[in-house]
Design a protein around this ligand. Structure first.
Ligand code: ADP
Ligand code: MG
Ligand code: MG
Length: 346
C-alpha cells in the first residue's frame, strides 16, 4: 500500500500565495510510485478544504485553489470523517502554520508530519523568544530591545528612550511574529522610529527593535533530526534597500549567489552557529539559518525559518542542489525524517 501524504497548504496568512506555489512544486516532485497525495487547501479565510486523492500532480497551480463542494470543508469534518492520509506535509508559512499550532494538531492526532515540532516552530516564529534562546546558546546576534503594545500605549517616551539608549540609528523595527519582511521597516531617526513602531503594531502586539547592520546576508540550509547536515552557504544580494516582501516574492531584484564567497573560517563559524541554533530550538526536519556577515567577517545569526520558502527558485532547495541533492531527493528526505521522528517517539 502506498503512503498517502496529506499536503496542507494555503492558510490564513500573509504568505498564502507563497504556500500555494510551494505546494504546487512539491506535488510535481513527489514520487507517485511510492506516494499518493491528498491535497488539503486552507482558504485565506481559514477554511480547510479536502480534495480528491491524487496519483498524479495537478497540471496548473490554480487547480490547487479548490473548494471541497461541501464534502469536507472544515478541520472538524476532516477529522470526524477519519483521517484519509498517513503523513502530514504542511507547507504553510507564518501564522497558524509555521508557528506550532498545526504541529500541535498533528501531535494530538498522533500522525507523523514533515518539519519542525511544536517548540521549534513556535519559538522560531516569535523573534523575541528566538533571540532569547540564541542568547542562552551563546550565539552572536545584533543588539536589540523589545516591548509589547501596552508599554507603548502607556509610555511612548519610555519605549523610544530605551531604544535610543541601547541602539544607534539606523534601527530595524519588526513585529515579533511574522515572516517575509511583513511590517518591518528601517528607521533613520526618531520620527521614522515612531512611524515604524506604529506600523509594526498593526501586525503584532510584540515588537522587536534591532540595531541595523551593514552586512552581507548569507544563509545556510539544515536538514536532519538528531544528526543535522548543513548545506553550502548562499548569499542574497538585494537591489532594494533591504530584502523586503516584494524583493522576496514579486520581482527579480535579488540575486542569489550559491555558494556564497566566504572564507573557510566564516563557513565553519556559520555551520557551528546553525548547529547551536538547531539544538537550542530543538529543531527537526529542516531550517534555513540566516546570518549577517560584516566586512570584517563578523558573523551574527539573524533568524532561523522553520518552514523556509520552498519553490524551485527558493534559497533552501537551491542550497541543497548545490550541495548535491535534487529537489525530489529533498522532499523524500523530509518524508523519511518525519517517519523517523514519529517512530522514535512511539
Ligand atoms: P523576516 O522573518 O520577515 O524575514 P528578518 O528579520 O529576516 O525578517 O528581516 C527581513 C530583512 O530585513 C532581512 O532579510 C534584512 O534584509 C533586513 N534586516 C532585518 N534586520 C536587520 C538588521 N538588524 N540590520 C540590517 N538589515 C536588517
Ligand atoms: Mg523569518
Ligand atoms: Mg528573514
Amino acid at each position: 500500500m502506498k503512503t498517502i501524504i496529506g499536503l496542507i497548504y494555503g492558510g490564513k496568512s500573509a504568505e498564502h500565495e507563497v504556500s500555494l506555489s510551494t505546494a504546487y512544486e512539491v506535488m510535481q516532485a513527489i514520487d507517485y510510485a511510492k506516494f499518493d497525495v491528498l491535497p488539503i487547501y486552507i482558504t485565506i479565510q481559514g477554511e480547510w478544504c479536502q480534495g480528491e486523492k491524487r496519483t498524479t500532480p495537478f497540471e496548473h497551480k490554480e487547480s490547487l485553489r479548490f473548494d471541497s463542494k461541501g464534502k469536507a470543508d472544515s478541520i472538524q469534518q476532516i477529522i470526524a470523517n477519519g483521517l484519509a492520509f498517513d503523513l502530514a506535509f504542511p507547507v504553510l508559512h507564518g501564522t497558524n502554520g509555521e508557528d506550532g499550532t498545526v504541529q500541535g494538531l498533528f501531535e494530538v492526532l498522533n500522525i507523523p508530519y514533515v518539519g519542525n515540532g511544536v517548540l521549534a516552530s513556535s519559538a522560531g516564529m516569535d523573534k523575541v523568544s528566538m533571540k532569547q534562546l540564541f542568547e542562552i546558546a551563546g550565539l552572536a546576534q545584533v543588539p536589540y530591545v523589545h516591548f509589547v503594545r501596552p508599554d507603548w500605549e502607556q509610555n511612548r517616551a519610555e519605549v523610544i528612550e530605551k531604544a535610543e539608549k541601547e541602539l544607534p540609528y539606523p534601527m530595524f523595527v519588526k513585529p515579533a511574529n511574522l515572516g517575509s519582511s511583513v511590517g518591518i521597516s528601517k528607521a533613520d531617526d526618531r520620527a521614522q522610529l515612531e512611524e515604524a513602531i506604529e506600523l509594526a503594531l498593526r501586525f503584532d502586539r510584540k515588537i522587536v527593535i534591532e540595531e541595523g547592520v551593514t552586512a552581507r546576508e548569507i544563509e545556510m540550509g539544515v536538514l536532519g533530526n538528531d544528526y543535522p547536515e548543513f548545506s553550502v552557504p548562499g548569499e542574497i544580494k538585494p537591489i532594494a534597500a533591504f530584502y523586503d516582501y516584494e524583493a522576496k516574492y514579486q520581482d527579480d531584484s535579488t540575486e542569489l549567489v550559491i555558494p556564497a564567497e566566504v572564507s573557510e573560517e566564516v563557513k565553519s563559524k556559520m555551520t557551528e552557529m546553525a548547529r547551536g541554533a538547531y539544538r537550542v530550538l530543538d529543531c527537526a526536519g529542516l531550517v534555513r539559518a540566516d546570518f549577517f556577515v560584516t566586512a570584517n567577517d563578523e558573523v551574527y545569526i539573524n533568524e532561523v525559518n522553520t518552514m523556509p520558502g520552498f519553490t524551485k527558485t527558493s534559497m533552501f532547495p537551491l542550497l541543497w542542489q548545490n550541495t548535491g541533492m535534487t529537489y525530489p531527493e529533498i522532499i523524500e528526505r523530509l518524508i523519511e525524517l518525519a517517519m523517523e521522528r514519529h517512530t522514535a517517539k512511539q
